[in-house]
Design a protein around this ligand. Structure first.
Ligand SMILES: *[C@@H]1O[C@H](CO)[C@@H](O)[C@H](O)[C@H]1NC(C)=O
Ligand SMILES: *[C@@H]1O[C@H](CO)[C@@H](O)[C@H](O)[C@H]1NC(C)=O
Ligand SMILES: *[C@@H]1O[C@H](CO)[C@@H](O)[C@H](O)[C@H]1NC(C)=O
Ligand SMILES: *[C@@H]1O[C@H](CO)[C@@H](O)[C@H](O)[C@H]1NC(C)=O
Ligand SMILES: *[C@@H]1O[C@H](CO)[C@@H](O)[C@H](O)[C@H]1NC(C)=O
Ligand SMILES: *[C@@H]1O[C@H](CO)[C@@H](O)[C@H](O)[C@H]1NC(C)=O
Ligand SMILES: *[C@@H]1O[C@H](CO)[C@@H](O)[C@H](O)[C@H]1NC(C)=O
Ligand SMILES: CC(=O)N[C@H]1CO[C@H](CO)[C@@H](O)[C@@H]1O
Length: 417
């Protein structure tokens, strides 16, 4: 009885915030090809950025990189087992001013974040070392290929992180970006694309395009995926995620078939059951459609939220506000991700015909209470005022600053590619 009554308001708060934030982003307003304008920031910036990052990528020759002592066996190393190590010599490959593709809610520095320690932690697995993200190697692996991320706003930040980490080595006239429900970043020189498809629950729901903003009114079409999934065919590398949208209420309103009877006839299901059914719809599509000889399938596990500061011994209600250091307690686990949901995901994937590899980011991200967008975000398209910024209630403890934690997700992902 007690645990749900404690958890429920937290869950509600974060999803309301989540929806408000995403709504502000407006997926449809920028549905045009923005060829990068040769604007003043673009001409001097890439140069200085390039010099900086030259140091970060000491071995730009990929064949050297391969033979440079990085014997890396993802199968043999458990990345989740490790710790964050402070290293002031780290130089992020991009910043939110050098990379023009970062959505506003992740642009923490632009939005006024002045503390910068959160940029200088590197993930150190216990049993191996994690190679740096080498943009040239990434592009070589993607030559002639399509990489498509499908999922929610956290997946979107992983996509933006990936694009930003490679885009600075590509000449202006060799790249283009088109934004929309299906966003496409093209690298002409390599005949490669890095794409994102907005599908926060993978299956359809009535809230995903923000016409309905009350999570209580969310209805999920638990068996509907075919229409959108047509756009995911013929891709070489698919990366899915879905989690946080399933947590909008204590039950999920699930509907089978079409919305033909209006939105009547839904059934209220326990979150884990609904998640399992939704994932099975996705799994059936993958199993029946994906050619494993052409396409590799990945799944990014849940990104933990940090809305309950009591989880790490702080007064509750502060959330991740003002946090500047990761949690150091090994295997720290808070209420920001649900282990039951994780095992649902594992069970569904285990039964699939097509192999799906997990990019398991959950535990490593769980430590990073310091790296969320917090109050360096926007609501309804506007930055928070100084007064709003002083109020922990306004902190976004779901999304992450870019550059930041999603870069490490991609560092792990690149070793798996
Ligand atoms: C970048 O490096 C080149 C050669 O090392 C140097 O000539 C140039 O001044 C540097 N640019 C900046 C902005 O530091
Ligand atoms: C990269 O390294 C390999 C092996 O040392 C060498 O054969 C090749 O010429 C190098 N490529 C470039 C572009 O330097
Ligand atoms: C710290 O970062 C620098 C630059 O990335 C790297 O050369 C150095 O090895 C790192 N130190 C440790 C202890 O990993
Ligand atoms: C470019 O890549 C696509 C697949 O993404 C492939 O169908 C096409 O043949 C490639 N074109 C060239 C010129 O390599
Ligand atoms: C994949 O390739 C293997 C070996 O070339 C072949 O035996 C198998 O039938 C192929 N699978 C599919 C689904 O095309
Ligand atoms: C947040 O940090 C600022 C600056 O260190 C401090 O003035 C303020 O009291 C802190 N607020 C809370 C709620 O901890
Ligand atoms: C991801 O890692 C966590 C913690 O290391 C583990 O409990 C969980 O089972 C893993 N999930 C998957 C899908 O492998
Ligand atoms: C967002 C998007 O690109 N949707 C497309 C998915 O595929 C269907 C059918 O091919 C198109 O009609 C949609 O426009």
């Amino acid at each position: 009885m007690k645990p749900p009554s404690v958890k429920l308001p937290i869950i509600k708060i974060f999803v309301l915030l989540f929806i408000a934030i995403l709504y502000a982003e407006s997926f449809f307003s920028s549905n045009s090809i923005f060829k990068l304008k040769p604007c003043p920031t673009n001409s001097p910036k890439p140069k200085s950025n390039y010099n900086k990052t030259q140091e970060v990528v000491p071995v730009p020759n990929a064949s050297l990189w391969f033979s440079d002592g990085f014997v890396y066996e993802p199968e043999e190393c458990d990345f989740a087992n490790g710790k964050w190590v402070f290293n002031s010599s780290i130089k992020p490959l991009y910043s939110d001013t050098s990379c023009p593709y970062i959505s506003r809610p992740y642009s923490c520095v632009k939005n006024g974040r002045v503390d910068s320690e959160y940029l200088y932690w590197q993930w150190q697995p216990e049993d191996c070392s994690l190679p740096k993200f080498n943009p040239e190697l990434a592009l070589k692996k993607l030559r002639g290929k399509r990489l498509l991320f499908v999922g929610d706003s956290l997946q979107k930040s992983q996509w933006e992180s990936f694009v930003c980490m490679v885009e600075w080595i590509i000449p202006e006239n060799q790249k283009s970006m088109k934004r929309g429900t299906h966003s496409v970043f093209k690298v002409k020189e390599y005949n490669a694309t890095i794409e994102f498809y907005w599908a926060p629950m993978l299956v359809e729901s009535n809230t995903e395009f923000f016409t309905i903003r009350d999570p209580k009114k969310q209805i999920v079409k638990i068996d509907a995926i075919m229409d959108r999934a047509r756009n995911w065919t013929g891709v070489d590398i698919l990366v899915f995620n879905t989690y946080v949208w399933w947590m909008s209420d204590i039950k999920v309103k699930a509907l089978w078939g079409s919305f033909a009877n209006g939105e009547e006839g839904y059934e209220e299901l326990d979150t884990q059951i609904a998640y399992s059914l939704g994932l099975r719809t996705w799994a059936n599509w993958v199993d029946s459609t994906v050619d494993p000889n052409k396409t590799r399938v990945f799944f990014t596990t849940m990104s933990p939220t940090h809305t309950r500061s009591a989880d790490w011994g702080k007064k509750d209600g502060i959330k991740c506000f003002n946090e500047t250091k990761p949690i150091t307690k090994k295997n720290h686990w808070g209420t920001g991700y649900n282990k039951g949901m994780m095992s649902v995901l594992e069970k569904v994937v285990k039964k699939m015909k097509i192999p799906v590899k997990f990019i398991n980011i959950t535990q490593i991200s769980e430590y990073r209470i310091d790296a969320h967008s917090s109050v360096y975000t926007e609501t309804e398209g506007k930055l928070l005022t100084e007064e709003e910024k002083a109020n922990p209630k306004n902190a976004d403890c779901i999304h992450w600053c870019l550059p930041g934690v999603p870069d490490t997700w991609n560092q792990i992902f690149l070793t798996m590619l």
